[in-house]
Ligand binder design. Sequence first.
Ligand code: IMP
Length: 456
Amino acid sequence: MPTSLNPASTPSPSCSVVVGLQWGDEGKGKLVDLLAADHHAVVRYNGGANAGHSVVVKGDRYSLHLIPSGILYPGKAAVIGNGVVVDPWKLAEELDGLAKRGVDTSGLRISSRAHAVLQYHKLEDGLRENLLKRVGAERAPSGPDQAQGAVPVSEIGTTRRGIGPAYADKVQRASAVRMADLSRPEQLREKLAIALALKEPMLRALAPEEPALELPKVLDQALAIGARLSPMVCDTTQYLHAMLRDGKRILFEGANGSLLDVDHGTYPYVTGSTCIASGVGPGTGVPSTRLGRVLGVMKAYSTRVGSGPMPTELKNELGDRIRVKGREFGTTTGRPRRVGWLDLVAVRYSAMINGATGIALTMLDVLAGLDELMVCSAYRVGGELVRDFPPDAYDLAKAEPVYARMPGFAEELGACRQRRELPAGAQRYVEMIEREVGVPVEVVSVGPDRAQTMVS
Ligand code: IMP
């Protein structure tokens, strides 16, 4: 009897995933664009229209929210996997926008198992946020109810795109609507009737001024958009496995960011989905054993949109300067992003939970011109030095950053085309990241253009 398994029988891990190592907006779109050239399909596995991926192709800028950026490549398949929550109206809007610009969208496939974000999910998202804000303000630290040492509860700061309520309904089951249901009138009526019965009392209590949800109207709207999208809806799990059987390579595009992951992020200030690389399995039906490359994308500093602790946040003029130079305003909501120094405790943790095989460092050019760079390599929590990322927002809120100082670099980087052309200060910064995170930096990006990308 053989004593070990034959390595030749292992399927080749020919697929790749691009994943954000921070709180989203790391510049994943550009990396997907770079890697797409070597793959046959680009697939989304999590999130929804909360994401915003910007890609510049031949000088034209595209902002995509739901459609994988592979759509911009003629002949590549673009797939929205079952782990995505699809706002069908936003998707139709995005398809129309691309068609107007001459992009062929016929390669798009949408999983029949993906859940639909309906109008009432968006309404619920906004109303929950308003409520949390109100309750949070009443219970602020000076308020009478605030327990000693507790972190005040506040709104999550969601994108109000209905993401949380749609994922919650998915887990609740009976009333949730999947993309396939949008073209099954009887099934859809059943589901919507339950959904409205469950939601109406809550919506009425939170927003008595809102018009009541009427089943015939909600049903008609859902069927109309279902009819528009149904030619693209299919069993994408089988579709992707057929590609794998043909020896095709698939690129998975992670949305949001690892620190927003519903399990592993700064809970409860997270999104509703599995953002990390292992979300590929549940979010597409392609097992994670097929993943070879896990490219973790990180900015040279930190940003965050919405609420939740961010130990290295710069609430000062320097933060404003980085925000303006880095154009740190949300692609989806336009909100100014919170900005801070690079947090390596967070990035080390993200690289670990993703199994990152390489790092793509973006926005390094934004740090040019600063005399000194501060990098957080540990936290101090209650007088103790901590190098491991705390498990949730309540613990993280108590962390004070411990900084290492590095000399900055004066030179602008936009024209550098090879890593060795970077000024010494920038090279030292990149090497420091490799050392601290223990993962090679394979790509350095110094501007939005494809040409401003150094691959090593
Ligand atoms: P939701 O995903 O709309 O529920 O928002 C939950 C949290 O995740 C909020 O803090 C959002 O600002 C944040 N978020 C969701 N998607 C993204 C993203 O693509 N980039 C950055 N932050 C995001």
